[in-house]
Design a protein around this ligand. Structure first.
Ligand SMILES: NC(=O)c1ccc[n+]([C@@H]2O[C@H](COP(=O)([O-])OP(=O)(O)OC[C@H]3O[C@@H](n4cnc5c(N)ncnc54)[C@H](O)[C@@H]3O)[C@@H](O)[C@H]2O)c1
Length: 269
């Protein structure tokens, strides 16, 4: 263990969906703690901006245009990481889509797309990263960006989103058990609503009911939405040796949302 157990110096992280939002904030946070970062995204503009931010922190940044819904593109992401950065110690599985719909009208293609870019892509990335970590014999850390929706139901058309995140939670636990013998730790972060670019697009869309904002806050004892930077400390901790004995956990980063009973309140007089 290094003198500073949170230090990531000399490590290489792969972060999916790093061109914006939570992925970008975590990529930057890992670099701030010393890691070199391979950032993947489908948005080349966002990707270049993230890589520039990593390099401004004095770390090596690699941007790979990669759609994690395509297995061949995931294979190319890791081949490029091997070629340019030479190793993989940390994987952040961050891409996750929703396709809101009443269950009775949910389209099969949307259902399949959410699972393909979510739990299936996370599995494929973990397989690529895990094979390298096992071969190198140095252990590693995989962090899956899940959601409070993976634990309790949200309603409001979130069926496939919740199913995807629930599957990601079980994926986290099973993989943690399987790969503990290789000192590969696997954990998940469960955010509440986070004010990211993607979330803001939804807030600004005609389909968003403004009354929902108050509803979100009713469920969050900290009485604010999260911001992407709120995910960074937990991700750095889970990626680092400070979490050497932490595996298979689902860590809510939710301002107390999952602690609150649906019939409870965090304001009263
Ligand atoms: N924002 C929230 O309220 C919230 C809450 C709980 C969980 N989460 C989870 O956090 C993760 C990130 O969410 P966010 O709000 O930061 O998203 P975002 O939309 O702000 O950013 C997502 C990034 O991923 C990229 N991306 C999308 N599809 C991709 C693909 N197929 N391959 C590669 N890159 C792709 C986008 O181009 C974008 O840069 C998701 O898994 C989401 O489910 C978000």
């Amino acid at each position: 263990m290094t003198a500073d157990p949170f230090a990531l110096t000399g490590r290489v992280a792969v972060v999916t969906g790093a061109g914006a939002g939570i992925g970008r904030a975590i990529a930057r946070g890992l670099a701030r703690h010393g890691a070199d970062v391979a950032a993947c995204d489908i948005d080349e503009g966002g990707l270049s901006a993230t890589v520039a931010q990593i390099e401004a922190l004095g770390r090596r940044g690699l941007g790979v245009r990669c759609d994690v819904g395509q297995a061949a593109e995931i294979a190319r992401l890791f081949a490029e990481t091997d070629r340019v950065l030479g190793r993989v110690d940390i994987l952040i599985n961050n891409v996750g889509h929703t396709a809101r719909s009443a269950p009775e009208h949910q389209r099969l293609e949307d259902w399949n797309a959410v699972l393909a870019t979510g739990v299936t892509a996370s599995f494929l990335c973990a397989q690529e990263a895990g094979r390298r970590m096992i071969a190198a014999g140095r252990g590693g850390s995989i962090v899956n960006i899940s959601s409070i929706a993976g634990v309790l139901a949200l309603g409001r058309g979130n069926l496939v989103h919740s199913v995807n995140k629930g599957a990601l939670n079980q994926f986290t636990r099973e993989l943690a058990v399987e790969w503990a013998k290789h000192r590969i730790r696997v954990n998940a972060i469960l955010p509440c609503q986070v004010l990211t670019e993607g979330f803001q697009t939804w807030l600004d869309s005609p389909g968003f009911d403004p009354a929902l904002m108050a509803r979100f806050l009713t469920g969050i004892p900290m009485n604010r939405l999260a911001v992407a930077e709120d995910m960074v400390g937990p991700a750095v901790f889970l990626a680092s040796d400070a979490a050497a004995m932490v595996t298979g956990t689902l860590l809510p980063v939710d301002g107390g949302n999952l602690a609150l009973n649906a019939g409870g309140s965090h304001t009263w007089t």
